[in-house]
Design a protein around this ligand. Structure first.
Ligand SMILES: [Zn+2]
Length: 299
C-alpha cells in the first residue's frame, strides 16, 4: 500500500477518528459523585442512590456523596475551597451546618467567580426571598453607605452546582444594574426597566450577548441539568417578549407622547439596552409584541 493511496487515506482517517473519540470533551454528567464513581447533576439524586451503598472495610467512600467538578469553569482551581464548602453545605460534612453552611458556600461563589463583587459589599442572607426572581432577590441599600442585600432561597442549593453558580451570577447582574444612574425619570417606565433588567440577566445566563461585563461571561452555562438549561432558554424567550410588551403598553396608553420620549431617552442611557438591545430592535417604537410565549406572563 502506497502512501497517499486511497487505502492509506481510509486507514489514516480510521486511526484519527479512533484516537480522537476518547479525547473529545466528555459530555457533562454532573459534579457530584457517589463513592467516587457514578456522577449526578443534583445533590438529592446522589443521596437517593448513594445511601443504599454499603461501606466496607476497603471501600470508605461508598455511601458518600461528594463534590468533584466535571465542569472546567469551577472547582478545579488549585486548592479550591468549593468542594469542601459544597460538601459541608449539602452533605453535612464540616463544622458548620444548616443556613450558615449555605451562606459560607454562596459567599465563596461570589468572592471567587464574581469579582470585583464580594461579600464585603453585599449583605447575603439565606432564607425566604419575597418578590424578585424564583430563587433569589436583590435589594438596593436602604441607607447611603449601606450594603446591597442579596437573599438566596434555601432550595436553590438543591439544583445543580452549575445552576447555583449561574443563578448567583444572574443576581450579580442585578447588583450591577442597581449601581447605574440615569437622568431619565423612570417612574412611568418602570415596568419596561424591570423587564429589560431581567432580559439582560437572562441573556448573560445563556451567553447570548457580547456585552463587556466586570466579571465576564457565564462559564457555568454548559454545566447543568438539561431541564435547567431549558428553563433558562424559556425564561429568555419570555423576557424578550415582556420587554416588547412593556413598550407596546406604553405606546397604546393615553400618555404615549410623553412616555415614549422617556423610553427613548432611557434606552440610549442604559449601557446594556443601548449596546445590545437597541441595535437588534431598531423598530422599537412601532414593533408589535406578538403572542405571549409559553410559561410567560404580562410584564
Ligand atoms: Zn432576575
Amino acid at each position: 500500500m502506497k502512501v497517499g493511496s486511497p487505502q492509506t487515506l481510509v486507514l489514516v482517517t480510521v486511526m484519527i477518528v479512533g484516537f480522537a473519540l476518547p479525547l473529545r470533551a466528555q459530555e457533562y454528567q454532573g459534579d457530584i459523585v457517589c463513592g467516587g464513581k457514578d456522577r449526578f447533576t443534583v445533590p438529592m439524586a446522589c443521596m437517593n442512590v448513594c445511601s443504599r451503598q454499603k461501606r466496607t472495610l476497603g471501600n470508605f467512600s461508598a455511601g458518600l456523596c461528594f463534590f468533584s467538578s466535571q465542569c472546567p469553569a469551577y472547582g478545579k482551581e488549585a486548592k479550591s475551597a468549593l468542594p469542601v464548602l459544597y460538601n459541608q453545605a449539602l452533605f453535612g460534612r464540616g463544622a458548620v451546618i444548616g443556613q450558615a453552611a449555605k451562606l459560607a458556600l454562596a459567599s465563596h461563589i461570589i468572592n471567587t467567580y464574581y469579582q470585583p463583587h464580594d461579600v464585603k459589599q453585599i449583605a447575603v442572607k439565606i432564607g425566604a426571598a419575597e418578590g424578585g426572581d424564583d430563587f433569589a432577590h436583590v435589594e438596593r441599600a436602604t441607607q447611603s453607605g449601606g450594603k446591597t442585600a442579596l437573599t438566596i432561597q434555601d432550595d436553590l442549593f438543591l439544583t445543580s452546582p452549575g445552576y447555583l453558580i449561574s443563578t448567583i451570577g444572574h443576581e450579580m447582574i442585578h447588583v450591577e444594574q442597581l449601581e447605574r444612574t440615569y437622568k431619565t425619570n423612570l417612574t412611568a417606565i418602570n415596568r419596561l426597566v424591570g423587564a429589560m433588567r431581567e432580559l439582560e440577566a437572562s441573556s448573560w445566563e445563556i451567553d447570548e450577548d457580547s456585552f463587556k461585563r466586570s466579571f465576564g461571561r457565564n462559564r457555568a452555562g454548559d454545566c447543568m441539568q438539561g431541564q435547567e438549561k431549558a428553563a433558562q432558554q424559556m425564561a429568555f424567550a419570555c423576557r424578550k417578549w415582556q420587554v416588547k410588551k412593556a413598550i407596546e403598553d406604553i405606546r397604546t396608553s393615553p400618555r404615549r407622547d410623553i412616555y415614549l420620549g422617556s423610553v427613548g431617552k432611557w434606552l440610549s442611557e442604559d449601557p446594556w439596552a443601548s449596546q445590545i438591545w437597541l441595535p437588534d430592535n431598531p423598530q422599537w417604537e412601532t414593533q408589535p409584541a406578538g403572542p405571549m410565549p409559553d410559561n410567560c406572563k404580562n410584564p
